[in-house]
Design a protein around this ligand. Structure first.
Ligand SMILES: [Zn+2]
Length: 98
C-alpha cells in the first residue's frame, strides 16, 4: 500500500454512525457501484452521470476509504464512500469465508 499522506485525505470507516448520514444519502441517491478490483470502486450518480473513484484499504486493522469528489478530498464521508464501503465489506466477508 502506498502512503497517501498530504495530498489525499483518508476517511476512517469507524462505526456505522460516523458514516450514517452518508449511508442515508446513498440509499436515496442509489448510485451505481462498479467493482474495478477488490478495494477500488467506481461510483456513478445515475442522475448526473458523474463518476468518482473510491478506494478502500485496511491499515492497522482499521478500514479507511478515500473518494475523488470534493467532500472526499476534504476527508468527509460522502455517499460514494458509503455505497462503495457497503460492497467492499460484502466482498471482504466473502473473501474471508473462502
Ligand atoms: Zn465522494
Amino acid at each position: 500500500m502506498t502512503e497517501t499522506e498530504g495530498a489525499k485525505k483518508m476517511i476512517q470507516l469507524t462505526t456505522a454512525t460516523a458514516i450514517e448520514k452518508a449511508i442515508t444519502k446513498a440509499r436515496t441517491v442509489k448510485p451505481r457501484v462498479h467493482v474495478n478490483c477488490f478495494g477500488s470502486y467506481t461510483v456513478t450518480n445515475k442522475t448526473t452521470g458523474a463518476t468518482y473513484t473510491v478506494t478502500c484499504e485496511k491499515r492497522d486493522g482499521r478500514r479507511f476509504a478515500s473518494c475523488t469528489c470534493k467532500a472526499g478530498e476534504l476527508g468527509r464521508a460522502c455517499y460514494h464512500v458509503a455505497a462503495a464501503a457497503g460492497i467492499h465489506v460484502q466482498l471482504a466477508t466473502e473473501q474471508a469465508s473462502h
